[in-house]
Design a protein around this ligand. Structure first.
Ligand SMILES: Cc1cc2nc3c(=O)[nH]c(=O)nc-3n(C[C@H](O)[C@H](O)[C@H](O)COP(=O)(O)OP(=O)(O)OC[C@H]3O[C@@H](n4cnc5c(N)ncnc54)[C@H](O)[C@@H]3O)c2cc1C
Length: 352
C-alpha cells in the first residue's frame, strides 16, 4: 500500500501523516467528478481545511480533500446589515479583520481562531461569548450520500455548543461556502474575562473614551496571544477538552466541595458550564502530561506537542487519558476531547 501524500504540513498539532492522495478543490465544478470517482473506487476520504482541530494517524488509508475554494461575494445590503457569501477556503482571521476594517461587525470576538471559513460551522466555533451561529445565515454544502448541492438555513445546521449537523453527520457534508449577516452599526460584546478592561486600555492609549469594535478585536487578539501559544512556536490544536456541561445540582454539589469552582450559566437552560482548564489546573496538571504532550503552562486546556513531527497519535492518547483519569478521580467528571480524531482507515472516532 502506498501513502505518497505527505499531509504533515496540514495539521497545527505537527503530527506526521502520509495519506493515499491529496486533492485540492479549487472549483465547485470539481466536486461532483471527485465524489463520483471516490464512490466508483470505494475510496474513503477525509476533509482537511486548516487542520487546527484534527488528530491525525501516521498513515491514512484515504483521500484527503482540501477545500481550497476562495472568494467572497456581497449578496445584498440595507441600512443595518450586509449579507456576504464567503468561500470555504478563505482564512477565517483574515475575513474577520477585513470585515471590521470595512465597518461590518459581529465577528470581532472570534478573531485569531486558526480556522478556514468552511470549517467554522462544523463545531460552531466560539470564543469570548460569541459563536459563529450568531452571525451565520446559511451554509451551502455538497451532501455526499445523495450527491446533491444543498443550502442549509441556520435552523437546518442544528447548532449547539461546539456542535452542528456537520459534526453529527461527519463525512456526509462538504461545506462549500458560508453566508453571514453582519451588522453595520457597531456591536460591542466585552462581557467575557478581561476584554472590557483591555479594550478600554487600547481606546485610552488612542485618547478616546468610546470603545470601538476594532478595539474589542484588538483586545481579543492581545489576550489570546498572551494565553494561547502560537502553533508555529509550540504546535497545538487549541482547547483540547470541551468545557463540561452539567446539571445544576451537580455544579452546586461540587461548589460545596470546591468553593472556587469556575461556572458559567448556560443561556436558555438550567445546566451549568464548568471551565475544563480550571479542573485540569486544580488537578495539578498545569505544564504536565506524558512527554512530549504537555498541557500549556499558561493555559492548561491546551495540549502542546514538544516533539513536532515525531510525536504520534498514541502520544496524544497517553497524555489525554492521564488528564481524563486524574480529573475524574478528583471531580467525578470525565472530560471529553474537542478535536476530531481520525483513524488510520479514515473513520472518525467521536468519543474516548
Ligand atoms: C491555537 C488554537 C486556538 C483555537 N481557538 C479556538 C476557539 O477559540 N474557539 C473554537 O471554537 N475553536 C478554536 N480552535 C479550534 C479550531 O481552530 C476550530 O475548530 C476551527 O474551526 C477548525 O478549522 P480548520 O480549518 O482548522 O478545520 P480542520 O481542523 O481542518 O477540520 C476540523 C473538522 O471539520 C471538518 N471540515 C473542515 N472543513 C470542512 C468543510 N469545508 N466541509 C465539511 N467539513 C469540514 C474536518 O473534516 C474535521 O472534521 C483553536 C485551535 C487552535 C490551534
Amino acid at each position: 500500500m502506498t501513502f505518497s501524500a505527505d499531509i504533515s504540513p496540514l495539521n497545527t498539532m505537527a503530527l506526521t501523516c502520509h495519506a493515499k492522495e491529496l486533492v485540492c478543490l479549487h472549483s465547485i465544478d470539481d466536486v461532483l467528478p471527485l465524489f463520483e470517482r471516490l464512490n466508483q473506487n470505494n475510496m474513503p476520504f477525509v476533509i482537511v481545511s486548516n487542520g487546527s482541530n484534527i488528530i491525525l494517524p501516521k498513515t491514512l488509508d484515504a483521500t484527503v480533500i482540501s477545500p481550497t475554494l476562495t472568494g467572497q461575494n456581497m449578496l445584498f445590503e440595507d441600512d443595518d446589515f450586509v449579507h456576504l457569501e464567503v468561500m470555504a477556503g478563505e482564512v477565517w482571521h483574515d475575513f474577520v479583520v477585513a470585515s471590521v476594517e470595512k465597518g461590518w461587525y459581529g465577528l470581532e470576538n472570534l478573531a485569531l481562531i486558526p480556522s478556514w471559513v468552511g470549517a467554522s460551522p462544523v463545531q460552531n466555533i466560539g470564543a469570548y461569548g460569541v459563536q459563529v451561529e450568531d452571525v451565520l445565515e446559511s451554509v451551502t454544502a455538497f451532501h455526499i450520500p445523495t450527491m446533491t448541492f444543498q443550502t442549509l438555513s441556520k435552523a437546518d445546521c442544528q447548532f449547539g455548543y461546539r456542535d452542528s449537523i456537520f459534526k453529527q453527520q461527519v463525512g456526509k457534508w462538504l461545506i462549500l461556502s458560508v453566508t453571514f449577516k453582519l451588522h453595520k452599526k457597531p456591536l460591542i460584546n466585552t462581557k467575557y474575562g478581561d476584554v472590557a478592561k483591555t479594550a478600554r486600555e487600547i481606546a485610552t492609549a488612542d485618547n478616546r473614551h468610546i470603545i470601538t469594535p476594532k478595539d474589542t478585536m484588538q483586545a481579543i487578539i492581545q489576550i489570546r496571544q498572551s494565553k494561547i501559544p502560537d502553533v508555529k512556536d509550540l504546535p497545538n490544536c487549541g482547547s483540547f477538552f470541551k468545557n463540561p456541561i452539567v446539571k445544576k445540582a451537580i455544579a452546586t454539589d461540587l461548589k460545596h466541595q470546591f468553593p472556587n469552582l469556575v461556572t458559567f450559566a448556560m443561556p436558555h437552560s438550567d445546566d451549568v458550564k464548568l471551565a475544563a482548564g480550571w479542573l485540569i489546573d486544580q488537578s495539578g496538571l498545569k505544564g504536565k502530561g506524558v512527554f512530549p504532550i504537555l498541557t500549556h503552562i499558561n493555559q492548561a486546556l491546551v495540549l502542546t506537542n514538544h516533539a513536532p513531527f515525531s510525536a504520534s497519535q498514541q502520544d496524544i492518547k497517553n497524555a489525554m487519558q492521564l488528564i481524563q483519569d486524574t480529573v475524574e478521580q478528583k471531580f467525578s467528571i470525565r472530560l471529553e476531547p474537542e478535536p476530531v480524531w481520525i483513524e488510520a482507515d479514515g473513520s472518525i472516532r467521536q468519543t474516548h
